[in-house]
Design a protein around this ligand. Structure first.
Ligand SMILES: Nc1ncnc2c1ncn2[C@@H]1O[C@H](COP(=O)(O)OP(=O)(O)OP(=O)(O)O)[C@@H](O)[C@H]1O
Ligand SMILES: [Mg+2]
Length: 157
């Protein structure tokens, strides 16, 4: 059973990555699916816990930019004995802004949201309790390049 935590700016490709790599085998938990919920952090925790309790693997598809937000998820994962995987999306703010401009309807977020997340974004580290960490980068042909983690490399782009 796995708990997969995606980490990255808005429009860095997280949801697309989920659909390509995980949709067939893992449950999706995303705050984007709970727009009308007042306490989305609590709802998210409930959904993650329900999945793990039932031994279902789950992907948390949110920006998850801070150590604190990830800590509550990691704690839940450990409680249920899940393998905890983190995927950090290496992306430039300018590229995310551009992709965001190309989105339509509800998918497009205010640019200020991307700047705010970038301010808060702290790359993950093994010290937080992840069992495995990876870098993800958008590649050509709508593909993603996944690379092994090195604690020293945290650059964007
Ligand atoms: N590998 C890729 N190559 C090129 N474009 C991509 C790739 N993956 C996603 N995109 C495009 O980038 C945009 C953002 O992707 P996506 O919606 O998956 O990002 P996100 O990280 O889930 O954003 P949010 O946090 O706002 O939900 C989309 O318009 C998508 O079509
Ligand atoms: Mg998304």
């Amino acid at each position: 059973m796995e708990l997969v935590i995606l980490i990255g700016l808005q429009a860095s490709g997280k949801s697309t990555f989920f659909h390509q790599y995980w949709a067939a085998t893992h449950e999706l938990v995303s705050k984007d699916l709970m727009r009308n919920n007042k306490n989305r952090a609590r709802r998210q925790a409930q959904l993650v816990e329900a999945a793990l309790q039932a031994s279902r693997s789950v992907v948390v598809d949110n920006t998850n930019p801070t150590v604190e937000e990830r800590a509550s998820l990691i704690e839940l994962g450990k409680l249920y004995g899940a393998q905890i995987l983190g995927y950090y999306f290496q992306s430039k703010v300018s590229d995310c802004l551009e992709r965001n401009q190309q989105r339509t309807g509800k998918a497009r977020v205010p640019d200020v949201g991307i700047f705010a997340t970038n301010q808060k974004l702290v790359p993950p580290s093994y010290a937080e309790g992840f069992h495995q960490l990876f870098y993800v980068k958008m590649a050509d042909n709508s593909a993603f390049e996944i690379r092994a983690w090195t604690e020293v490399e945290v650059a964007d782009g």
